[in-house]
Design a protein around this ligand. Structure first.
Ligand code: ADP
Ligand code: MG
Ligand code: MG
Length: 273
């Protein structure tokens, strides 16, 4: 393959609307693998002048730099560096050993149970907590934006392409652009609704997806008014947590600290399915 800044580019591992992600290895050290996320610049790209940088930066980079400041979070993918010119930008990202996206992991795991789900969800909640503490709203939490390593089940949140600094959100013409099946009702109704509770909805969708192997809602209509069909063999704590994350009224939805303190996370002997 070609060489980008000391990295030999290997397989394509992801393809988005405006770029690709490749796995690459460091030429001189020969072993360290990285992911190269190649982004073609567009006129509608967002630039942010935050955190005292000398110039506005591509929002995805600016946000990730804020998250990379020590102390770091092991559940957020690391940005090692980036290469930018007028037409494109390549992010040099951590490539976790033996990882796959969460959607693949869910499909491939035939012996899913609440213990595994709890291990993953704890780490996801930690990643979201870390973002909140750094004033970052991810804005696109879904199963393809999460990596899971096997067999250790380490979770890494990726793709800050829809993220915002929370202090700027009300002042920009902000529009939520997260994946449709993970978008809460209040944002479908008002795309500029202050989206702070959208993360919790997405956490509920993900826990549902992990435990059922499918999504609870596939279209706008069912997100707005559809019944939530929970597997009755799930522990009552698990059903309770999913239901409370998926409360349609964002004002009544469970808060992040209540998710963290929810009894499901403390269950010692869950009725594993
Ligand atoms: P997009 O903004 O186009 O959705 P993502 O950052 O989500 O781009 O990357 C697209 C896909 O590439 C992901 O769903 C994942 O499969 C893969 N990918 C992205 N970053 C990494 C990484 N650091 N390590 C491994 N795979 C990655
Ligand atoms: Mg993505
Ligand atoms: Mg993206």
């Amino acid at each position: 393959g070609s060489v980008v800044a000391d990295f030999e580019v290997k397989d394509m591992i992801g393809k988005g609307g405006f770029g690709q992600v490749y796995v690459a290895s460091h030429v001189s050290s020969e072993k360290e693998k990285v992911a190269l996320k190649y982004i073609i610049k567009h006129r509608q790209d967002r630039y942010l002048n935050i955190d005292g940088h000398s110039r506005p930066m591509l929002a995805e980079v600016a946000i990730m730099l804020r998250l990379m400041k020590a102390p770091q979070c092991p559940n957020i993918i690391r940005l090692h560096d980036w290469i930018e010119n007028e037409s494109d930008c390549t992010l040099i990202l951590e490539y976790p050993e033996s990882c796959q996206t969460l959607d693949r992991y869910i499909t491939d795991t035939l012996d899913m149970n609440e213990n595994k789900a709890r291990r993953l969800m704890r780490q996801l909640v930690q990643a979201v907590r870390f973002c909140v503490e750094r004033g970052v709203f991810h804005g696109d939490i879904h199963a393809r934006n999460i990596l899971v390593t096997t067999p250790r089940l380490e979770l890494k949140l990726i793709d800050f392409g829809c993220a915002w600094p929370v202090t700027r959100m009300p002042f920009y013409s902000w529009k939520y652009q997260g994946a449709r099946c993970y978008t809460p009702p209040e944002i479908l109704r008002h795309p500029k609704f202050f989206p702070s509770m959208a993360n919790i909805w997405a956490i509920g969708i993900l826990l549902y997806e992990i435990m059922h192997g499918r999504l609870p809602f596939y279209d706008r209509q069912s997100i707005m008014v559809g019944d939530l069909h929970l597997n009755p063999t799930l522990s009552s704590a698990c059903q309770d947590l999913i239901s409370k994350c998926l409360i349609r009224n964002p004002v009544r939805r469970i808060l992040l600290h209540q998710v963290e303190e929810h009894q499901w996370f403390n269950a010692t002997s869950p009725n594993a399915v």
